[in-house]
Ligand binder design. Structure first.
Ligand SMILES: C[S@@+](CC[C@H](N)C(=O)[O-])C[C@H]1O[C@@H](n2cnc3c(N)ncnc32)[C@H](O)[C@@H]1O
Length: 236
């Protein structure tokens, strides 16, 4: 399938995350492959999302994939989450990965601006064992978030990088006392460390990382999982 056969996005909805296809991974590929091989294999419905995302959607590198998917599932499981918020659905891989870690009766709300991505994700969610656990809300997340009261046990931030500080503030307001905020791509393919890189997304992620590290309201760890995953809890 060529690029022209991929699902087309309506006019007015910007393509996002184009770095993902062209930038090298920060973790040595052999180490990443070994880690993936020693991570529990994904179920068939997740394999189908991954395969179809790669063949039908632009920028499939945006998908968290096998290793980070299991990582997210285990975080959701560890906090005993019944209420999860995701910002940035794409094809639904991370939503479906996290759903496997939900406590009984738990659910996920996932925000997506692109109706093509939302429709793709909804189709896969409907065909999965988690059809009644995941709701996809279409629209700019900054407009959707005030309509979602929470509290949330886990908030996964994985959308437009310039809005990370605003997503973080909104997530912190709605975070359960023992909840986690998890922010993806915080090492941005290593561009964070390149002083010559002054691009908008890189600067936004630098500002986000500084904000979190110096915020007395939280305790955070910057991990080197995949492209950098920052995990944050309330300090109180
Ligand atoms: C990196 S991808 C998410 C990947 C997804 N978490 C996964 O692992 O499969 C980012 C997604 O955020 C969406 N997005 C970008 N800006 C947004 C906004 N302002 N509000 C909601 N979604 C947005 C993009 O359309 C894209 O689908």
């Amino acid at each position: 399938m060529g690029a022209d056969d991929r699902i087309r996005r309506p006019a007015g909805v910007a393509r996002t995350g184009s770095y993902h296809d062209s930038m090298p991974a920060i973790v040595d590929p052999a180490v990443e492959a070994y880690a993936e091989a020693h991570t529990t294999a994904p179920p068939a419905h997740l394999e189908r999302v991954a395969t179809e995302t790669r063949s039908m959607l632009s920028d499939p590198g945006m998908m968290v994939g096998r290793l980070e998917g299991r990582f997210l599932e285990l975080l959701v499981f560890a906090v005993g989450a019944t209420s999860v918020l995701e910002i940035g659905t794409f094809g639904g891989y991370s939503s479906l990965a996290m759903a496997a870690g939900l406590a009984p009766g738990g659910s996920i709300v996932t925000c997506e601006i692109d109706p093509v991505h939302a429709e793709f994700a909804r189709r896969h969610i409907a065909a999965s064992p988690y059809a009644d656990r995941i709701e996809v809300v279409v629209g700019p997340a900054l407009r959707t978030l005030p309509t979602l009261p929470g509290p949330f046990d886990l908030v996964f931030i994985d959308a437009d990088k310039g809005s990370y500080p605003a997503y973080y503030e909104s997530a912190l307001e709605r975070l359960a006392p023992r909840g986690l905020i998890v922010a993806d791509n915080t090492l941005w393919y290593g561009r964070i460390l390149d002083p010559g890189d002054r691009s908008v997304d890189t600067e936004a992620l630098r500002a986000f990382n500084e904000k979190v590290a110096s915020d007395p309201r939280v305790v955070a760890v910057q991990t080197t999982v995949r492209d950098g995953v920052t995990i944050i809890r309330r300090a109180d």
